[in-house]
Design a protein around this ligand. Sequence first.
Ligand code: UDP
Length: 323
Amino acid sequence: MILIVGGAGYIGSHLNKKINEKGYETIVFDNLSYGHRNFVKWGTFEQGDLGNIDEIRNVFKKYDIEAVMHFAAFTYVGESVEDPQKYYLNNVKNTLNLLQVMLEEDVKHFVFSSTCATYGDPVEIPITENHPQNPINPYGRGKLIIEQVLKDYSHAYGLKYASLRYFNAAGADPDCKIGEMHDPETHLIPLILDAADGKREDIKIFGTDYDTPDGTCIRDYIHVTDLADAHILALEYLQNGGKSDVFNLGNGNGFSVKEVIEEARKITGKEIKATEAPRRSGDPPTLIGSSKKAMEILKWKPEYHDLSKIIETAWNWHKEVNK
Ligand code: UDP
C-alpha cells in the first residue's frame, strides 16, 4: 500500500485519485489542518499528525506500507517569513519524524514534494535542476533542508527518494471531483475566478513595473493532474531500481499575470476587473522551469500545455463548488 501524507490537500488529493485509478491501494494520512476530509474519496483515511510520532508509527503498524509520498506542508511564503518557526517545525521537524518511522519500519521509497522556491532568485531561465539553490524565504529553506537530509539518508541508510520541485500548480480534476480550495486563498488563478463570479470585487496585479514584456510577473503554470502523473512515474521509477534524484515539474511555458487574467476573461466570458497594485515582496520577475529531465528519465508527458485548458478545468471546478 502507498501512504499519502497530506493526501487531503490540493496536490495530494489529485495524486490519490489518479493512483487509485491506476490500481494502487492507498492510505491517506492527514491532520486536516488545511486539507479537506471530503477530498479523500479514494483509499483509506487515517487522521493523524506528523508532530505525534506514535500516530505515524500506528499507521505503519496497521498497514503494509511499501512507499510514502509526502505532500503535507505549510505553503504560505509570506507567513513563513512572519512565523518561520511554524514552518520549520511542520515542514522540517515533522518530516524528520516521518523519515524516522520509515527507517524504523524499513520502508525505503519516498516521493517528496519540493518546490522551485528552493532556487531563490533565478540566475538563468529556464531553471534546470543544476541551477544554484539559494532560497530567499523560510518556506524554500525548509524544503531545501529536507532535500539535503534525503541525500544524506540515502547515502547512509539506503533510502530511495525522488524530490519533485514543482513550479506553479494550477487547475483542477477534469472530472470536477476535487480542485483547488485554500483558506486563505492567495493564489492567482482561484482569486481571478472569484473576481469573475463577483465573489471579490477585483484581482490585484502585484507589480506592473517588472522587467518583463508587459511589466507583470511571469510564472510556469503546471496542471495538477500532470503533477499527479509525475508522482506515479517517480514512484515506479524508484520501485524499478531508479537512483535517488531530483526533478523539476513545470510546463516550460511562462505566462504573465496579465496574460492569465486575459485568458480567464475568454474562458469565463466575464469582464474581471483588474487593479494595479504594488509588488508583493519576494516575487521574482520570471520563473520558468525546464522539465526535460523528468521527461527523459521518468518518461513524463504533461498533457496540459495550454493555459486555456488549465484555467478551464479550474473554472469548471469553481462553478461546481459555488453552484
Ligand atoms: N499575483 C497577483 N495577484 C494576486 C495573487 C498573485 O498579481 O492576487 C501574482 C504573484 O505576484 C505572482 C503570480 O501572480 O507573480 C503567481 O502567484 P501565486 O501566489 O499564485 O503563486 P507563487 O508564484 O507565489 O507560488
